[in-house]
Ligand binder design. Structure first.
Ligand SMILES: CC(C)(COP(=O)(O)OP(=O)(O)OC[C@H]1O[C@@H](n2cnc3c(N)ncnc32)[C@H](O)[C@@H]1OP(=O)(O)O)[C@@H](O)C(=O)NCCC(=O)NCCS
Length: 194
């Protein structure tokens, strides 16, 4: 079993931790997959982009207004990277944050995204004490919508032609959950920051 020094959250099967340089190859492997990129802004994700991204994330800290912080999702047993989830702290209202998530196709279909997003919400509401979490999903992204609804987020808007992706205006749903809605709900067990 591989040891890890630090994690933000731990669940039965997963940890949310910082990216490290050894993650670069696998991060590039799944980000460059066309199915993973289908409803995202990027395409043909290059290795040098992955390298720059990981190097930036190593230096960044979560909860900095106006920035995104990307957590590595890793298997708790082995510390292997399986995906990532992101926290965007809004510049003008840092008590509200936006999230996003991606899993390598090799690990989809096992409830890992559900578990990781619950852990992320736990971290956001319990450790960072935020007021509200929002997420945007392409209306065609049924897998993403399923994750958002499974963790208890509410659809609170249908935003017409809200962003340009691959030369096309895309409709998005906005999902959200308030701290008051999250409290008292039972989710998979998480451990506090180590
Ligand atoms: C969005 C994304 C993370 C969803 O991944 P996913 O694997 O479908 O989601 P989960 O890991 O929560 O797994 C749910 C599936 O595992 C199944 N499952 C198996 N074991 C499970 C368990 N122990 N617990 C919960 N679900 C389990 C569920 O039934 C569900 O299957 P279904 O889709 O046939 O209903 C993935 O499609 C992805 O990375 N897409 C590309 C990036 C993207 O578009 N991100 C969204 C941007 S907001």
């Amino acid at each position: 079993m591989r040891k890890y020094d630090h994690f933000f959250e731990k669940t039965e099967r997963l940890i949310l931790r910082r990216f490290n340089i050894n993650d670069t190859k696998y991060f590039h492997f799944y980000r460059s997959n066309s199915e993973v990129a289908k409803f995202q802004s990027w395409e043909n994700y290059q290795y040098h982009e992955a390298k720059t991204f990981v190097n930036e994330q190593i230096k960044n800290n979560p909860n900095q207004p106006g920035t995104w912080f990307q957590f590595a999702i890793a298997l708790a047993e082995t510390n292997e990277l399986i995906g990532d989830c992101a926290l965007h702290t809004l510049l003008n209202e840092p008590r509200i944050v936006e999230i996003g998530f991606t899993l390598s196709p090799e690990y989809q279909g096992n409830g890992y995204a559900n578990e990781a997003v619950c852990a992320l919400l736990h971290y956001i509401f319990n450790s960072l004490e935020k007021h509200k979490v929002i997420a945007f999903s392409d209306v065609r992204n049924t897998k993403s919508i399923a994750v958002l609804e499974r963790v208890g987020m509410r659809r609170e808007g249908h935003l017409l032609q809200n962003y340009m992706s691959k030369g096309q205006w895309i409709d998005e749903y906005q999902y959200s959950i308030l701290k008051s809605e999250w409290e008292g709900t039972t989710y998979p067990s998480t451990s506090e920051t180590k």
